[in-house]
Design a protein around this ligand. Structure first.
Ligand SMILES: Nc1nc2c(ncn2[C@@H]2O[C@H](COP(=O)(O)OP(=O)(O)OP(=O)(O)O)[C@@H](O)[C@H]2O)c(=O)[nH]1
Ligand SMILES: [Mg+2]
Length: 438
């Protein structure tokens, strides 16, 4: 189809060192329903590097609104042309979203490939997707991105060709392309459903366990903490979107108490909506979590900005508020005392850690365990003595506070979670005695 997405597809692998000029147009926040906002060229540069490119030039402009045909004004466009020629750039990347027509006009004007932020992020996701699920989800996002553009692409060509004579074939081609893409979309959705139902069977046995999910801005150190706490071997890299899959591990706090910890894809400012949509299955683990562990890179230039971006995506995937633990990571990179003083004022319950050091992850593990313990209650149950083995694990963890025997029954006062209580009552023939003791 010769679309820009197709051309862009392989650049991270085939042309590892593309030379890129990054462009950011600062628009008033109100523009495009608050979606305009400020451009962030250093971050765009990191995205370019993650995709395998090299930043050779930067250009910024402040405008009240984008120029409809070329996004940039004509003076700035001249400047961009010169910059591209002078730096021998092979591509231009905009921090803003471009319409297909704007992309095309710009490509013609500067005579090299032009991408926008969404296309760049989609490309990184495509090259980082390893699992079947991640690959399916990325393809779904790419097709969804492409589909509405197809129409505009064709109508744009029609206009160029002068209409009447070309309209017939144009429409037919468009319809054919749409049908092909539509079929592929349906197939992708079916395959994703299969993957999802397989996952559900696998996690069936985790029912009832307390679940915590690591969430946060990309590169904040989620996978580092995951590995430190659970001993998992999740890929850690100093790049954006190193993780695209969800990994869940059981953490045994002690013999009886265990919880689940999930590490998953990181978020970013202006994360393309298609990606959030199509990663629903992966993000399901986040939606189902009892606790969000929001990991923040303390060394980021503007941590609050990143926190806000993450909260925005979280609202999209899990609209109801969830208990959240704020964790500031990479404390070795900042003046720890100063930082702590400043941020405990904003987040009084926040935890500050050095994720790469064992003490850092040990502390977080203890805090998560304490959260788990915080959910325990004290109850007295009467248990047939033939079933006494059901509370032997409670003995080993010191959770039997009192125990008395009455004929063939044992009265045990236990510190336990509601789930454990439920199990004792439904499976071990225990009955509740008296009222809540604490
Ligand atoms: N200095 C320092 N670096 C850290 C710390 N924790 C993690 N890092 C580094 O930060 C980079 C990103 O870590 P990851 O664990 O991959 O981050 P992530 O949040 O999983 O990132 P994505 O999966 O890409 O979203 C790696 O180079 C880590 O070694 C820390 O406490 N201090
Ligand atoms: Mg990761």
């Amino acid at each position: 189809m010769g679309t820009r997405i197709d051309q862009q597809q392989g650049f991270a692998t085939e042309l590892p060192r593309e030379r890129a000029v990054v462009v950011g147009v600062h628009l008033p926040e109100a523009w495009a329903g608050g979606k305009g906002g400020d451009a962030d060229l250093p971050e765009l540069g990191r995205l370019v590097e993650t995709a395998g490119g090299l930043v050779v030039g930067e250009l910024e402009q402040r405008r009240a609104r984008p120029e409809s045909a070329t996004f940039l004004g004509s003076g700035k466009l001249e400047e961009l042309k010169e910059l591209v020629a002078g730096t021998e750039a092979t591509m231009v990347v905009f921090d803003n979203d471009l319409s297909p027509a704007q992309g095309r006009n710009l490509e013609k004007a500067v005579d090299c490939k032009v991408l926008d932020r969404t296309e760049l992020i989609l490309d990184i996701f495509a090259s980082h997707a390893r699992s079947r699920q991640a690959r399916l989800q990325v393809e779904l996002a790419q097709l969804q991105y492409l589909l509405p553009r197809l129409t505009r692409l064709w109508s744009h060509l029609e206009k160029q060709a002068g209409g009447i004579g070309t309209r017939g074939p144009g429409e037919t081609q468009l319809e054919t392309d749409r049908r092909i893409l539509g079929r592929r979309l349906a197939q992708l959705r079916r395959e994703l459903q299969d993957v999802e139902s397989t996952r559900r069977t696998q996690v069936g046995s985790r029912e009832g366990l307390y679940r915590a999910a690591l969430v946060g801005y990309t590169n904040a150190g989620k996978s580092t903490l995951m590995n430190g706490i659970t001993g998992a071997d999740v890929y850690v890299q100093d790049q954006l979107f190193a993780t695209l899959d969800a990994t869940t591990r059981r953490v045994d706090a002690d013999e009886r108490r265990r919880f689940l910890l999930t590490d998953t894809v990181g978020f970013i400012r202006k994360l393309p909506h298609h990606l959030v949509e199509s990663f629903k299955a992966t993000l399901e683990e986040v939606r189902e979590a009892d606790l969000m562990v929001h990991v923040v890179d303390a060394s980021a230039e503007d941590p609050q900005h990143q926190i806000d971006a993450v909260n925005k995506v979280l609202k999209e995937i899990a609209p109801q508020e969830k208990p959240t633990l704020m964790v500031f990571n990479k404390m070795d990179l900042v003046d720890a005392e100063l930082f702590r003083n400043r941020w405990t004022r904003v987040y009084p319950d926040a935890v500050f850690v050095r994720g790469r050091e064992p003490e850092g992850t040990a502390e977080l593990r203890e805090i998560l365990t304490a959260r788990l313990l915080g959910r325990e209650v004290v109850r007295t149950v009467a248990l047939p003595i033939t079933n006494l083995h059901a509370i032997s694990a409670f003995h080993r963890t010191g959770a039997v506070l009192e125990q008395t025997f009455h004929a063939d029954l044992c009265h045990a006062t236990l510190r336990l979670t509601e789930e454990e209580l439920g199990r004792l009552l439904s499976r071990e023939g225990a009955v509740l005695v008296g009222d809540d003791r604490g």
